[in-house]
Design a protein around this ligand. Structure first.
Ligand code: C2O
Ligand code: CU
Ligand code: CU
Length: 450
């Protein structure tokens, strides 16, 4: 039985990537995918439907599968009553396809569509989401996984894609507040229902003795997951989409909003065995072995992504401080939220409009290496994300770091980290915290590469 047959033969098995036809509308001719953005009632809570906003009427959203170095074409049709754009988080693609309103494209107005076409240079686990009215659009369900398959199949026996989202819903399915002022100025407003692919603690079936790739995507607005596991030799093979040079055993791993983690393991060599992943002590997902043993001995190796090597000797260093404006009262006298609370280098950017584009936080010369010194001057953590580039995390004042590639780095309380990258992608690139309420209340800006 090859992998496809195996997946088909096990009806309980629900690796999303394996059954795209159920989730996808038939795309228009010339397109690989068509994403219809629209309200849809979905069943996530125990006692009732949730009035979510979805891609193609379902949650989880279709898992987009592209191939490294090959173009992918995606038509996005906006059937919301408000404008949107779709951003492909972590992909190093041209600015015109980055999906940020005003910086890279005009908003897709209700009833309109936009055609995205690009060629992913890197293989790995990425994701997609709107970049407008993000608290609501992401919070209500417009979040999906984007997988770029390696140019050559690395040869896993199963590949499980898991979107982690802590839904802001009650047992009857109705939404609780996606944001409250009090939480926006702290760690963000947590959801109430911890889910994996829209299910509470699902079980996925995996081939006994097989080589398994388990991809976790933090598609939540707020939640930082602390991933732990037991029952198997869980190994971290990629961080935020990028294979790491030396895979290492999973002890625990923090994933802020927007971040990803691929775990590799050889499934237990006996049927009906369980491997469990947790957030702290809460079960996220279980894997259960089925079928005859694949008797795999070794895990496939992943090739490294072609990220340009920073020229550290000739790099220019730029400092960025993430903090809040102590002179600002987070809630105004009338009870409204003050949207200029969080700052980058003392500047807050709230809201985007054609006429409201501030100066870039930095102007970078194309082709040059930059070191960003990122200082979190607050007691809250911030997953800091840069569009259009993959950077190398060099070091931190709080933890020992084996340099690795990412697009989002989680800064803990009062942590300062240094990152480096070659500014090789021209454009105006968003640079923001991925706690969506922090972004919404000031913690965003952009850099300009030209
Ligand atoms: Cu997930 Cu501005 O990005
Ligand atoms: Cu992004
Ligand atoms: Cu933040």
């Amino acid at each position: 039985m090859d992998r496809r047959q195996f997946l088909k033969s096990s009806s309980a098995l629900l690796t999303l990537g394996a059954m795209p036809n159920i989730l996808l509308a038939t795309p228009s001719e010339g397109f690989d995918y068509e994403l219809i953005v629209a309200p849809a009632d979905v069943r996530i809570a125990p006692d009732g439907n949730t009035p979510a906003w979805c891609f193609n009427g379902h949650f989880p959203a279709p898992v987009i599968r592209a191939k490294q170095h090959q173009p992918v074409r995606i038509r996005v049709v906006n059937k919301l009553a408000e404008p949107t754009t779709i951003h492909w988080h972590g992909l190093r693609i041209p600015i015109a396809m980055d999906g940020v309103p005003f910086l890279s494209q005009a908003p897709i107005m209700p009833g309109e569509s936009f055609d995205y076409e690009f060629t992913p240079p890197d293989a790995g686990t990425f994701w997609y989401h709107p970049h407008m009215n993000s608290v609501e659009q992401l919070g209500k369900g417009l979040v999906g996984a984007f997988i770029v398959d390696e140019a050559e199949d690395p040869g896993f026996d199963a590949d499980v894609v898991m979107g982690l989202k802590n839904w802001h819903i009650r047992d009857d399915g109705s939404f609780t507040a996606l944001t409250t002022p009090r939480n926006a100025f702290r760690m963000g407003t947590p959801g109430r229902l911890m889910t994996v692919n829209g299910k509470v603690a699902p079980t996925y079936y995996i081939p006994t003795g097989g080589a398994i790739r388990a991809r976790l995507v933090n598609i939540d607005n707020t939640q930082t997951y602390n991933i732990r596991g037991d029952g198997g030799d869980l190994t971290i093979i990629t961080v935020d989409g990028n294979p790491i040079a030396t895979p290492r055993p999973l002890q625990q791993h923090l994933m802020g909003p927007g971040m990803r983690l691929d775990l590799g393991f050889i499934a237990p060599d006996e049927a009906d065995q369980i491997v469990t992943l947790y957030h702290k002590h809460e079960v996220l997902v279980r894997f259960k072995t089925v079928g005859e043993s694949k008797q795999r001995q070794a895990m496939p190796r992943l090739p490294l992504n072609p990220i340009p090597t920073p020229d550290l000797d000739n790099a220019e260093t730029i400092q960025f401080a993430f903090e809040w404006d102590a002179s600002i009262n987070p809630v105004k006298k009338d009870g409204k939220v003050n949207y200029r609370f969080w700052t980058i280098n003392r500047k807050a950017w709230h809201g985007m409009s054609a006429k409201h584009i501030p100066e870039p936080l930095a102007r970078l010369e194309r082709g040059k290496t930059y070191i960003f010194e990122l200082a979190n001057l607050t007691q809250y953590h911030h997953p800091i994300h840069l569009h259009g580039h993959t950077f190398t995390v060099l070091d931190s004042n709080k933890q020992r770091i084996e340099p690795f590639h990412t697009d989002t780095v989680l800064l803990g309380q009062n942590e300062t980290a240094r990152i480096a990258f070659v500014a090789d992608n021209p454009g105006r690139w968003m640079y923001h915290c991925h706690v969506i309420e922090h972004l919404k209340t000031g913690l965003m800006g952009y850099i300009e590469v030209s």
